[in-house]
Structures are given as C-alpha cells and as structure tokens.
Design a protein around this ligand. Sequence first.
Ligand SMILES: Nc1ncnc2c1ncn2[C@@H]1O[C@H](COP(=O)(O)OP(=O)(O)OP(=O)(O)O)[C@@H](O)[C@H]1O
Ligand SMILES: [Mg+2]
Length: 460
Amino acid sequence: MEKLVFIVDDEKAISKLLTYWVKDKWKYRVEVFDKGDDVLRRLSAGPDIVLLDIMLPDINGVEVLKKIKQFDENIPVIMLSAQGSVEVAIEAIRQGAFDYFPKPIDTQRLEPAIKNAIKNYDLHKELRLMKENAKKEFSFDNIISADKKMQDVFKLVTKVLDNDITVLIHGESGTGKELIARAIHYNGIRKEKPFVIVNCASIPRELLESELFGHEKGAFTGAYQRKIGKFELAKDGTIFLDEIGDLQMSLQAKILRVIQQKELERVGGSETIKTDVRIISATNVDLKNAVEKKEFREDLFYRLNSFPITLPPLRERRSDILVLVDHFVEVFNNKLNKNIKGFTKRALKLIYEYDWPGNIRELENTIERCIILSESNMIDIEELPTHIKMTAGNPSISINGPIFSDDAQIIPFDKLKEEAIRHALKVTNGNIVEASKKLQIGRATFYRFLEKYKITTNEF
Ligand SMILES: Nc1ncnc2c1ncn2[C@@H]1O[C@H](COP(=O)(O)OP(=O)(O)OP(=O)(O)O)[C@@H](O)[C@H]1O
Ligand SMILES: [Mg+2]
C-alpha cells in the first residue's frame, strides 16, 4: 500500500523541500501541517512516518512527539530542528524519536533514515498482525460447540482468565484439551507472554528433566551447550504440561517446587533461577487413580487440580457432531481449495450414530479425508470410512455397537483381535506407541500382530 508521510513544519521552504523528496521522488502520499495540534488530530489516518519540526508555533515538537508516542509508540518520528543543540537531540531520542536532523537538512542522510524507519515500522506492523491472527485463532470463536455441557465448560474457562489459578484439564484424547489451554492463555492476562507446550508422554524420560528445567554445559554426556528449559522459556507466560500422568516421581517433586517457590535449577547447575509461570496441565487418564496407586504425588495432584475442567467426550455431546461437521467442511474446503457442499442425509445419520472414540480429532481427520477423496460435491455413504459404515451395517463386528449380545453372530477370536488392532490404529492415526498402550499390550506383541494380519500403519 502507498505510504503516508506527515510533514510538520511551519517553515514553508522546508516543508516544500521535503514534500518534493517524499512525494515527487518516491511517490509517497504526503500531508503537510504547520501546527502540532492539527497533526495530533489526524493521527488516526495512520501515518507511516512523521517528520516533525521542534519549533512549532503552538506546542513544542517534543510535546507533540510524546503525544504521538502515547497514541502508538511504534509510529516512527524523525525530528528536525534549527537549534542544533545536543540537549534537544538527546531529549528527542529519549522520548522515542527514531532519528534527529539539524537544519539545514542533509537530504542525502535523511533519505536512508526515512526509508529505514518505514521499513522497521512495516516489520512491526506485520508482527502485530501475526500476533493478532494467532490470538484470533485461539479465541473462543474458534471453539465450536452448541452443547450445553460445553457451554458450562466455557463458563468455567471465563472464570480463570483474569487470574493465575492452576488448571487441570481432564478429557479423553481428541476432546480439545490443547485448544482449551490455548484459549485460556490467549484470552488471559498473560496473553502477551509466551505459551509453551511440553508433552510429558512423547519426550523420552531421560530427556524430560532437561527439557523442562534446562541444563548446564557438561551436565551429562552430550550436553555440549547450556540449554534453557521450557519453564524458563515460559517465564511470565503459561506452560502447558500435556499428559501430566506420565511424569516420573522425581520430576513431580521438582515441579512442585516451581509451583510453591517459583524457582528451579538447571540440570547440573547450582544457580537458582526465578521463574513465574502459570501452569495448565492436561490428562487423559484418571490421575486420582494414579494417586491411589502411589504413582502420582498427592500434594502435586491437588496443586495442579486447583481448578479442574472436564471436557466431555464427543459421544456425550452428540448435538455437537453435526455442528462440527459443518465447521470442518468449511475449514477444509478453504484449506484444500475445494467446494464440497457437505454430506447427504444418509451419511450424516451414520456420522451422527458413530461413537467417535477418537473424539473431535477423529471427526476432523475423517472429514478432511472425505473432502480430499470426494469426487462429487455431496459426500454419500460410500465415501465414508469402512468402520463408520460398519457401525450401522454390521453391528456384531462394530467395536462401538454391542459386540456380545445373545443373538449376535459369534465372531472368530482372531477376527476380533484383528479388528481391535485396526481400530486402535485408526483412532490413534497409526501411532503404534499409543495404540499398543491403549490396547494394553507390549509393542513387540503389537508388531507381531501387524505382521500376522498383514496390516501396515500407512493405511491409517
Ligand atoms: N470445540 C471444537 N471446535 C473446533 N475444533 C475443535 C474443537 N475441539 C477440538 N477441536 C479440534 O480437534 C483437534 C483435537 O483437539 P486438541 O488437540 O485440542 O485435543 P486434545 O484433547 O489435546 O487431544 P489429544 O489428547 O489427542 O492430544 C484439534 O485439531 C482441534 O483444533
Ligand atoms: Mg493434546
């Protein structure tokens, strides 16, 4: 877009000269002012730079500068002055002027200064826009739900925005735990500060401590450099500890210390580091159970769980299924540059009746897949994944319907196992570690089954 330059000088010769440079040479738009007050009233026009004389007939230029900075501290202002005194220059820079030029003006030096200032401001505006978009992405507007249970969740979320209370989000996998955590951070008092995620289950145990707390150079073999941990990176912001149930006991004690004393030490370090972070954690297992089994510290559990929020699984808020289908159709149409109208009534009925064990994540992936594969603009039953079709067609094999009822056909044992493996892979998007964990079998066993039933994970 064309740049807008404000020139503020009561000396006609100067403003004419500057206008010549800026407007005729660079084709920028120019507005000329000879009074400080006038320029302040026009700030909402959004100048990209202000060239400001210090000796103005009404208010002193430095005062005008201060007011511009109050309006938007990032608008670059270049000060011009006939006085040429060092004190004035220093004062102007101290008040946030981008640069200072004594008169007569050396246009050779002024030119790069103006261009630099505008470029800086452009960058700044771009960053600001990115930040705003990020915020928009995680504001409540993007969490879709028509269900009463979720409305109650939103009410709880609004209660933790303007304080620092520690929140524990309970919910099955794919129910939107991370989305809620982001919404709390980006709508809360720490929104300008970092939001840092640590997934306690996906980082190898040996590395988790240094991931969380950092380490000093030489702390252990392979520690070639000092590493700043996530708790330090999240300083003054929020840390999201996902799958907190996987945290080993020794680290639980360290986290308790961060909560209670707001301090930590890097691995292999002796310096005590102060850090003030808000903790939001999430779990898809029943942590109380882990406490009873002495696998999770009771004191830490109560600290983390000061404010519990529970996300209901999708099958317990079925009214959301169709709303979310609409939402994801729109999202993926945009993303994939498609123009699918939606699903036929028959297809929607199956989608509605399916149990969605992988919750919203599974629904999202399913819709994405359908939209990618669909050849027509209404998606019908044939284009739905087999396991969803099976729900209605053959309840005896369906994992979601009744498997064992008196009149159900008897399913060969091997077939059941194969279905269990396939289903687990579907729900976890082909993630073997998670699938075997959920099936409660060892990974080696899992691989043996894959081989036996000739299943490859890329199918999922
Ligand atoms: N109410 C909702 N509206 C729109 N999108 C949603 C909603 N809930 C979840 N999603 C989407 O579903 C996906 C899964 O959500 P999220 O990652 O927050 O779940 P999670 O509980 O952290 O899952 P996991 O346990 O698998 O890590 C994301 O892509 C998220 O954007
Ligand atoms: Mg998650």
